[in-house]
Write a protein that binds this ligand. Structure first.
Ligand code: PHE
Length: 468
């Protein structure tokens, strides 16, 4: 806005009595322009119906969810359940490491503000409750901003089944998509994933046999221990929590030539655990880059998870007053980005098969370094042919060898898509799908056609097939 307009507006707003129509119009336009400027992404008209996963809500002045975020929720295949996705592989690696932990998944990310905040003792004036940090569906509902929102529900469910079973103390894991209002860039995304892992212990638990969990004479909370807790028992629980996490991080990040990854525990604060810690790891120099793709200094420490001893008032309320325990929360994207050297958090959401094909066949804990996919479009061509009548020597590897020899680095993927045997004479047919793509430019149909045709000719000549 230029200076003279500001000057006019200043004059109008200071002389607010008996304003002319023109003055009122200018003042109104000014208010509107401010409103537009400060209207937040995701604000919606009040009183509209809003549907998320078949549940209906009514928007109010708290609603701030953009359609794009609803699209992410409604994606029919959550990433943590999609085998070709690194998030799935990381979730599986945690499940394998934390064996016998019951796994809960809550498909619907809409929770009440009580679940997301009050159930885990988040103070009423905590910043995480603000509209700028959290997606509100309406005044009473939010998109969970962490998997801790479901702790209470899990505690209550397990309270009934494990009431009198000391040797069957609850241990569980919650894997889910979580949502936070944040800038979107290579390392931040409105939606990401967490694994919440929790273990409780009762006095009779074998590891606890030597000590009492509670010490009623302990009336004051210290940096190391909640009131009523017995410090010796807490030390055992803390040790279990930390050693299980450390062994997982070693499995994931120790270098293949035997160099152990460096870790450190840093005191932290969470409303629902005390004492609390964060684990930081130090990455080998060549593995870590910052937002601009520059190498980070070796002394750079990276936060990996938050954890702590569960606040006793939560356990007392949810049916486990005879137990103590630990809880931790891992960010799955961060683990995946480090483990597979994936440079951009948005890639987890891509439907580009050049990405998923790299993870399709990997097993959890199988080391792999992501190869950047091209920014240019794919060209997808199929080849169908009859195998030679006499094909006892037939090998699919020969087909792949010919495709690669002719297509070279323009072939991104090639796979056998379909096999068929003609009933009348038993003749076999194969169909291969070839995905062409260049890292340097967009390929034209004509040039791909020419390469594809040469591959067909070579298959005929070398392998004696008959193109269909
Ligand atoms: N919910 C916390 C977060 O999102 C992580 C956490 C989980 C911390 C469990 C302590 C215990 O940051």
């Amino acid at each position: 806005m230029n200076q003279s307009v500001i000057h006019i507006i200043k004059n109008i707003t200071s002389a607010n009595s008996s304003r002319s129509l023109l003055q009122r119009f200018i003042a109104y336009s000014f208010r509107q322009s401010i409103r537009c400027k400060f209207k937040r992404f995701g604000d919606r008209p009040v009183g509209e119906s809003l549907k998320i996963l078949d549940r209906e809500y009514r928007t109010d002045e708290w609603t701030n969810i953009p359609d794009k975020v609803i699209d992410l929720i409604e994606r029919h295949d959550p990433l943590y359940k999609t085998p070709g996705n690194p998030i799935y592989l990381i979730a599986e690696s945690l499940r394998q490491h934390y064996t016998d932990f019951e796994c809960f998944q809550f498909r619907d990310p809409v929770v009440t503000t009580w679940q997301n905040f009050d159930s885990i003792l988040v103070p009423s004036d905590h910043v995480s409750r603000s509209k700028t940090d959290t997606f509100y569906v309406d005044k009473q509902h939010v998109l969970r901003s962490h998997t801790s929102a479901h702790q209470s529900e899990c505690f209550k469910r397990l309270a009934n089944t494990t009431k009198h079973q000391a040797l069957n103390d609850p241990k569980f894991m919650i894997i889910g998509d979580v949502y936070r209002r944040d800038e979107v860039n290579r390392t931040h995304h409105a939606a990401f994933h967490q694994a919440e892992i929790v273990q409780l212990y009762s006095e009779q638990h074998c590891r606890m046999a030597t000590t009492n969990l509670f010490d009623e004479s302990n009336e004051t909370r210290t940096d190391h221990c909640q009131e009523r807790h017995n410090l010796n028992a807490i030390r055992i629980v803390e040790n279990e929590l930390k050693s299980q996490v450390e062994s997982y991080i070693h499995l994931m990040f120790d270098s293949t030539d035997g160099d152990p990854i460096q870790m450190r525990w840093v005191p932290a604060y969470f409303p629902f655990t005390h004492p609390s810690w964060e684990l930081e790891i130090q990455l080998p120099r060549n593995k870590s880059t910052n937002d601009n793709g520059e190498d980070l200094d070796k002394s750079e420490w990276l936060e990996m998870l938050g954890c702590g001893i569960v606040e006793q008032s939560i356990l007392d309320r949810d049916g486990h007053s005879n137990r103590i325990g630990w809880a931790l929360g891992f960010g799955l994207e961060r683990l995946a980005m480090l483990y597979y050297a994936i440079p951009d958090i948005r890639l987890f959401w891509t439907r580009d098969t050049g990405f998923s094909v790299q993870f399709d066949r990997l097993k959890p804990f199988e080391r792999y370094r992501y190869r950047p996919i091209s920014a240019y479009p794919q060209k997808i061509f199929d080849i169908a042919f009859w195998l030679p009548a006499e094909c006892s020597e037939w090998s699919a590897n020969d087909v792949h060898a010919i495709i690669l020899e002719i297509g070279g680095h323009l072939v991104e993927q090639a796979h056998l898509m379909d096999e068929w045997t003609r009933p009348k004479d038993g003749r076999k047919s194969n169909c291969y799908r070839i995905v062409y793509r260049s890292h340097e430019r967009a390929l034209t149909n004509d040039e791909v056609n020419r390469i594809h045709h040469r591959i067909e000719q070579a298959l005929v000549k070398e392998l004696n097939v008959e193109i269909r």
